[in-house]
Design a protein around this ligand. Sequence first.
Ligand code: ZN
Length: 470
Amino acid sequence: MELEFFGAAGEVTGSCHILHVGGHKLLLDCGMIQGSRKTEQRNADPFPFSTSDIDAVVLSHAHIDHSGRLPLLAKRGYSGPIYTHNASRDLCHILLQDSARLGERDAELQNRKRERKGLSPVKPLYTVADAEAALTLIEGSHYDDRREILPGVSIRFRDAGHIMGSSIVEMWVKEGSLERKIVFSGDLGQYDTPVLKDPTPIEEADLVLMESTYGDRDHRDRELTFQEIGEIIQEARHNRGNILIPAFAVGRSQELLYLFGKHFDEWGLERWQIFLDSPMAIEASRVYWDYPHLYDEEATKLRRDLDQMPLLPNLRLSQATEESMQINKIRSGAIVIAGSGMCNGGRIIHHLKHNLWRKECQVIIVGYQAQGSLGRRLVEGSKDVRIYGETVRVGARIRTVGGLSAHGDREDLANWYRGFENRPPVCLVHGEISAAESFKHKLETECGATARLTQPGLKLDLEKLPQLEH
Ligand code: ZN
């Protein structure tokens, strides 16, 4: 019995691990590596395992850095089941097809240039047909139902409070007389986040695979965050500028709209035109609407009241490209939510090109920005950035609002760990090395845990872990 780490080990994106048990191989996530163009080329590399050896896949949630290479897995011969939560299955339909379309379009554009240079054409990482093949393999479940997926392997999804359908995965595995319970945290949400419930506490495990994205920092208090957003909106209005919010289509976009509805009067939003400029976010919002039983209490109440009260009367959903281009003509009074969340593609790039150089505008960063992404360069204070081959001066104010992150901060992560009564050992994944190291220190000094960092290729023998104390 072994656990092997491949991706999101020593970095944040590309989540991918394998559990070896009783001659079976269970793949945990199959995510896309995200960041600079060069980094992303690694997605096309051969998998460090044979796809025909994989018996089952367990997917923690729909975000592309966890699900994005499932179509490639199918393209390269995997035809077994992919287990995930029902809402993740629905969101994967949107995200994976979109990812495939983006890849196809990107290859097409490159090939036009390559043809002119007499170079041979490149192929997309995968096609829409490959994505559809992967989607047919998905088997959705509810939270809290334990099911056997392979001989000696049972799993149960628990609400991780990160995006709709996001799961902590409990795995009970058996090989001969050896039994282990492994818990994979997936991505953990913040406590008291809008719309979603808190991460579910788990009481017992022999080993925990735990994310550490923000293991080295504390998010700002939520109330202060809301105050800060109010101030940003006021400042932009005073300066007669626009506000751009790069946001993941799934998760952040829906929660931002929820917050805009809730703080509509307080933030003076009636004076603004609000655009959700993302067909994918619009579709994902419908999935959010379809799972009301997963909302927290407050969102449930707001939704109940919605029949009487129109939420965000000045919200425009922008589907067609022409509609998106129209937004670029607006000089002031527009709040634009568009993807991608790390500004490494999508419609937000066009809005940045038109607004970034203008000092009266504001860019609100609400999510994690991977190294090498345009979003990261903005956060780090670059004075000039390249957009579509042009140098654009950064005149707009870049405001990072950590309190809206979909990931818990180090206190949230430690809180969740404290739910384990037996203090199991922890393997840290899904974090840059500095964040993981800092969180390891916190776990060991404040939570009574032993923790270790992971790197690609690391193999752990699950027989040698300390026994559970009963
Ligand atoms: Zn995620």
